[in-house]
Design a protein around this ligand. Structure first.
Ligand code: NAP
Length: 241
């Protein structure tokens, strides 16, 4: 049975991606960190689409925890494969560099960049065994252009963009594609405190995007239609640069 693992699948973009990949026939492994009720709700919504879903609770920044849960899953599911990995978990802790706390720097880097490494390191050998697969990393406009107040977040996302391009070249001959999706402002809990009215004048499409719009792009990258696309960073930002 083919599974897609979506980190941070409990809410926001990760939930929409889980539902989109379920529509495409994948069984879904929903990773989350602490929001059990949101994760259970995503699981129910995925199951309503007629595929299987399971919750995998771990902090992507905790290498040992990631290793323990994923090796446990593989050991208990020897006849199942993870064919699609969506590295989506992320947090932001905005501050000007001059005021930035060590914890704000470390937690953002460890979640986005560390999470990419920790999860991909566990899943990649198994994807390679399966002889095909998709890795899709959710980055950000912030990682492409840099945003003031987000040196931590911009650095983490830019690093994942570099890793995406490097890994794509390592695993291309094994029929595995690795791409990144770079959203602009998307309406989720992450952007709850940001006033859309204030920012939308700068966005050519004059609005924030939705998690479902991002999920459409991820779904495309996971589909056979995207089989010759790798090492790319695809923006989804309403024209904002
Ligand atoms: P969100 O609504 O805040 O959801 C964040 C998700 O990440 C939740 O599922 C959360 O799990 C999970 N998560 C956070 N820390 C984690 C950890 N240490 N281990 C495992 N899971 C963790 O955020 P979102 O807006 O959907 O963002 C999803 C991704 O898109 C992030 O990488 C973000 O940087 C990126 N992005 C978002 C926007 C935007 O405008 N929203 C723009 C560009 C890029 P719990 O539910 O358990 O807390």
């Amino acid at each position: 049975m083919k599974y897609a693992l979506v980190t941070g699948g409990s809410r926001g973009i990760g939930r929409a991606v889980s539902l989109k990949l379920a529509d495409q026939g994948f069984n879904i492994l929903i990773n989350y960190h602490s929001n059990e009720s949101a994760a259970s709700e995503t699981k129910q919504l995925v199951e309503q689409k007629g595929v299987k879903a399971a919750l995998l609770k771990f902090d992507v920044s905790n290498r040992e925890a990631v290793r323990e849960v994923l090796t446990g899953w593989y050991a208990a599911n020897t006849d199942h494969t993870i064919d699609v990995l969506v590295n989506n978990s992320g947090i932001r802790k905005d501050n000007l560099m001059i005021w930035m706390q060590d914890q704000e720097w470390d937690s953002v880097i460890n979640t986005s960049l560390g999470g990419f490494y920790n999860v991909t390191k566990q899943v990649l050998p198994e994807i390679i065994k399966g002889k095909s697969g998709r890795i899709i990393n959710i980055v950000s406009l912030s990682g492409l252009k840099g945003l003031p107040g987000q040196t931590n977040y911009s650095a983490a996302k830019a690093a994942v963009i570099g890793a995406t391009k490097a890994l794509a070249q390592e695993v291309g001959r094994r029929n595995i594609t690795v791409n990144a999706v770079a959203p602009g402002f998307i309406k989720t809990e992450m952007t709850e405190g940001i006033d859309e009215k204030e920012y939308k004048a700068n966005i050519p499409l004059r609005r924030f995007g939705t998690a479902e719009e991002v999920a459409e792009l991820v779904g495309f990258l996971a589909s056979p239609a995207a089989s010759y696309i790798t090492g790319e960073v695809i923006s989804i930002n309403g024209g904002l640069y």
